[in-house]
Ligand binder design. Structure first.
Ligand code: SIN
Ligand code: MN
Length: 228
C-alpha cells in the first residue's frame, strides 16, 4: 500500500532525534493481525474503548482502551473511575516480550532491552478525522522508553523537542507495521498526530479502515495485585 510510483525506499532504521528511532515495517503482517485481534477483544471490555473526556470538557477525537493500568487525564489508576469503575484487562507477558524485542530492534542493543518491563499499553484508534495534539508522555514515573506500534492507515507523526510544542520538529510518516521508540534524551519530547491518511491501510491486517496505535510504557507504579 505504500509503493507510490515516486516513493523512495524506506530505510531499515532511522534516528529522528537522539533516543528516538523509527523502524519501518518492523511488524510482519501476521503479527499485525494478531495485535488487531487482541485490541478488538480489549476494546470490548472490561473497560470498553471510548473517547476520553478531558478536564476542560473537551473530548479526545481518538478512542482509547488501556491494558495493565487505566490512563485517565492525567494519571494512571487501578480502576476506570471515569468510565465504569472496573479494572482494565491485565497486561499479558507476550506484550512485554514484544516490547523488549522492539527496544532491541530500535537501539540495536539486546542488553538494553532486557530490563524493559512495560506494564501498561494505551491503545488508540483513529478514524480518518481523528488527531492528537502535541503533548508529552509524562504521567509515568519511569524514564523507560515508550514503544509505539502502528497498524492500519498511515499517519503523519510529529516528533518535536522536549521544551515546547514549536519547532524544531520532524514529521514522519508512520505506516502499518512501523515501530517508533522514544527514550533517553527523547523520552519527554512533545509529539502528536496532526493527520491520518485515510484509505492507506491494508484490510489484510484485519482493520478495514482507520489507524490503530499501541504504546507500551513502564508506569513506574506498584503492580496491581493479581486478580482472583
Ligand atoms: C500517543 O502519543 O500516545 C499516540 C501516538 C500515535 O498515535 O502515534
Ligand atoms: Mn503520547
Amino acid at each position: 500500500m505504500n509503493e507510490g510510483l515516486f516513493r523512495l525506499p524506506r530505510p531499515a532504521r532511522a534516528q529522528i532525534a537522539p533516543g528516538a528511532v523509527h523502524v519501518p515495517g518492523w511488524l510482519p503482517l501476521d503479527r499485525q493481525r494478531e495485535l488487531v485481534a487482541a485490541c478488538r477483544e480489549w476494546a470490548r471490555g472490561p473497560v470498553p474503548i471510548r473517547h476520553t473526556t478531558l478536564p476542560n470538557g473537551g473530548v479526545m477525537s481518538v478512542q482509547t482502551v488501556c491494558v495493565g493500568w487505566h490512563w485517565q487525564p492525567y494519571r494512571y489508576t487501578r480502576t476506570a473511575s471515569d468510565v465504569n469503575g472496573l479494572a482494565v484487562a491485565p497486561f499479558p507477558d507476550w506484550l512485554g516480550e514484544l516490547g523488549r524485542s522492539a527496544v532491541a530492534a530500535a537501539y540495536g542493543d539486546v542488553a538494553a532491552a532486557e530490563g524493559y518491563r512495560p506494564d501498561t499499553a494505551l491503545i488508540n484508534f483513529y478514524d480518518g478525522a481523528a488527531r492528537m495534539g502535541l503533548h508529552q508522555d509524562k504521567d509515568e514515573r519511569s524514564g523507560a522508553p515508550v514503544v509505539s506500534l502502528s497498524i492500519g492507515d498511515s499517519c503523519v507523526f510529529r516528533f518535536g523537542n522536549s521544551e515546547h510544542r514549536g519547532r524544531p520538529y520532524t514529521d514522519v510518516e508512520l505506516v502499518s507495521g512501523d515501530l517508533f521508540v522514544f527514550g533517553g534524551p527523547a523520552r519527554f519530547a512533545y509529539h502528536g498526530v496532526p493527520k491520518v491518511l485515510p484509505g492507506t491501510g491494508d484490510p489484510a491486517t484485519g482493520l478495514n479502515g482507520g489507524r490503530l496505535n499501541i504504546t507500551l510504557r513502564e508506569t513506574g507504579l506498584a503492580q496491581p495485585p493479581p486478580r482472583l
